[in-house]
Design a protein. Structure first.
Lengths: 262, 399
């Protein structure tokens, strides 16, 4: 069986800060990591391979430095990796991104199951998984918290979370899943894995290798475009309640009583 | 990519100043760009007084024809578990203003089974028209049938704008719909407006984990699609007198074909108040220090009939389930009272709760960013403050 995992290298959002004086994002000292949800996607694919056999291929669309993320994935039990990279892919919105990823998966010969994380922590759209499933004509489920592969029937039985609870779905393969962090605990890379990752060859596929028209990918292929960005401003009273703990608590309770909440 | 015309560039540095991503530097009196840092947002292009900056591939995509055959604003009703969810009315409230500005009807799209009973409410809350697709095969939500039906309606009736809820259901199938229509979709919009000259939908959303607000347009493709989280927009007051027309659409059964199936739908027992409807939310942050200390947060929530929220740090640590998570990767809330206990105020969390009426922060770090967005702040140790707060409230209540 072939399992494909789509991953994204993202800045560690927890450490991205905004410098209000300079008006810029401070990106020095900010690590690039595999998108956290994608770590769970990798783990889910590798666990399934260990259970039923097959191969796990990891792909990522990104700038050249995204290769490091793919090497990290190889250290986690992924069998091989491909980087989809081309200047033409830059500035892509989710529609252009799925076009590129779909072309990559088709070039690999398709997949029995495509694993994605629920969303990337830099874009936060959660659009690539469903969009990719639509392009590849795959059955899919998002926000998957549990999965079970029923080999005899060629069906994935999954628990898919929504606000008030969950659905149990059965998806006939081929299928695509986007996973939550609660689905598993990603393993730590093994020494053997790290050595393998260091030596692995990671091919780079651009528009030529994928047979893609440059006008259909990247910024040119994106129906949406950013027109302005600005720093969010927050209006707030910012009243700090002073004194000892008792004073602070009393002051708070008074204020909440005044507005009728208590 | 960003192209710098060295002949036109005067090295004035306006672009360097305005670039939020630090991608431009002035060297030897000329602007230079680091292409890996540049996100092609175009803010510098607009700022440059000498017109020295262009983005390749972007300048051709200016104000396009107004796509005259695409007209009308649609919202997609959130139907599941046999009812219409509140985000539907919030969408109507937001879309009403857009439709009025564009001088077009506002339509609600109602897809499901046994749903004609909801038509009146959609009209009361702002719809001029309701498209109804009522079919027993649409009783349980599944991605392909719902996507196929919505795509069919769009191709038939050609709306210029579609808004949907950024709920688990919406986030699951609306991106598939946008892809099938080869059009643009912007997720989690916090503000929407229209630009009359080209009828463009101006879609504002947090970017870079919430560190920036980006305004996005979809100039050349229709429909322009956007999702909005619950608790971000406001519903209108119901208008019993509003008249609307109802279009019942019959669909071919082939649209409902799928080799996925829903085996079961489980509503989980809510222990305590549901975050989505809570007027009061007490949120635990990493500053609570350990899972055991969360009992203080839970006790305060119980005392006030409130819900318990969590930051991502808390859910990552496994102290509370993801259901409690508030923020970019969690839920958006707008209660009357939000109390953050040991919450530092990372921007990704703030974007999920800044709509709260009153924000109280308790944190021992006086520089914690949460104090910047708070109504009232207590600099102190949650382990000392919370027990005293609980006692004080109990005394007030005569307990």
């Amino acid at each position: 069986m072939r399992f494909v995992v789509c991953i994204k290298q993202v800045p560690d959002a927890a450490s991205v800060r905004f410098d209000p004086e300079k008006g810029t994002l401070i990106r020095e000292g900010v690590d690039s990591i595999i998108n956290p949800f994608d770590l769970n996607a990798i783990e889910a694919a590798v666990q399934l391979k260990e259970q039923v056999g097959g191969e796990v291929i990891c792909i990522s669309m990104g700038p050249p430095q995204a290769e490091a993320a793919l090497r990290d994935a190889l250290a986690l039990g992924v069998d091989s990796a491909v980087l989809l990279s081309d200047r033409a892919f830059a500035g892509a919105d989710t529609l252009a991104t799925t076009r590129t990823l779909a072309a990559g998966i088709k070039k690999l010969g398709g997949a029995d199951i495509v694993f994605c994380g629920k969303q990337a922590i830099d874009g936060d759209t959660a659009q690539v998984g469903p969009g990719l499933a639509a392009r590849l004509g795959l059955n899919y489920a998002t926000c998957v918290s549990e999965l079970e592969f029923k080999a005899e029937e060629n069906i994935l039985k999954v628990k898919r979370a929504w606000e008030e609870g969950y659905d149990i779905l059965e998806l006939k393969l081929p299928a695509l899943l986007t996973v939550l962090t609660c689905i598993n605990t990603p393993r730590v890379p093994s020494l053997k894995g790290k050595l393998k990752a260091k030596k692995a060859k990671i091919p780079v596929w651009g528009t030529n290798e994928l047979g893609l028209d440059a006008s259909l990918v990247g910024l040119s292929g994106s129906p949406t475009q950013v027109v302005t960005t600005c720093v969010p401003k927050f209006e707030a009273k910012r009243e700090i309640l002073e004194g000892e703990v008792d004073d602070q608590v009393n002051a708070l309770v008074e204020r909440l009583k005044e507005v009728g909440i208590l | 990519m960003l192209i710098i015309d060295k002949d036109k560039c005067t090295g004035c540095g306006e672009c360097e100043e305005v670039c939020a991503f630090g991608a431009i530097t002035i060297k030897d009196d000329t602007a230079e760009v680091d292409h890996d840092m540049c996100t092609l947002c175009g803010t510098c292009v607009d700022t440059c007084p000498s017109g020295a900056l262009t983005i390749e591939g972007k300048e051709e995509r200016g104000v396009e024809s107004d796509k005259a055959d695409w007209r009308g604003v649609w919202i997609v009703a959130e139907y599941r578990l046999g009812k219409i969810f509140p985000v539907t009315f919030e969408l109507l409230g937001c879309a009403r203003k857009l439709a009025d500005k564009l001088d077009v009807p506002l339509s609600a799209v109602l897809i499901g089974s046994n749903i004609k009973q909801f038509i009146d409410e959609l009209i009361k809350y702002g719809a001029d028209r309701v498209y109804v697709v009522d079919h027993p095969g649409l009783d349980k939500f599944l991605e392909q049938p719902y996507s196929n039906v919505l795509v069919h309606l769009v191709k038939e009736y050609k709306p210029e704008i579609i808004l949907a809820g950024a709920t688990a259901q919406g986030r699951s199938y609306i991106p598939a719909v946008a892809t099938m229509l080869e059009t643009g979709l912007t997720a989690d919009c916090t503000e929407l407006d229209v630009r009359i000259e080209d009828r463009a939908l101006l879609q504002t959303r947090p970017a870079f984990g919430g560190n920036l607000l980006a305004t996005i347009v979809c100039p050349n493709h229709r429909p322009q699609m956007a999702t909005i989280r619950p608790h971000v927009m406001k519903a209108l007051e119901p208008d019993e007198s509003r008249k609307a027309d109802v279009i019942e659409v019959k669909i071919d059964d082939s649209l409902l074909e799928t080799s996925s199936k829903v085996v079961d739908s489980i509503v989980e027992e809510q222990t305590g108040v549901d975050l989505a409807n809570a007027d009061i939310i007490i949120t635990a942050g990493r500053g609570m220090e350990c899972k055991e200390n969360l009992s203080l947060v839970e006790e305060l929530a119980k005392l006030l009939d409130g819900a318990v929220g969590a930051t991502r740090a808390v859910t990552d640590a496994g102290w509370l389930s993801e259901r409690h998570q508030i923020g970019q990767t969690g839920k958006t809330v707008s209660p009357k009272l939000y109390i953050g206990c040991g919450v530092s105020g990372a921007i990704q969390h703030i974007v999920g709760m800044k709509g709260s009426d009153i924000i109280v922060a308790i944190n021992k770090d006086p520089d914690a960013p949460i104090f910047d967005v708070s109504t009232y702040g207590i600099v102190g140790d949650v382990k000392e403050v919370l027990p005293k707060l609980i006692d004080k409230i109990k005394k007030e209540r005569g307990l």
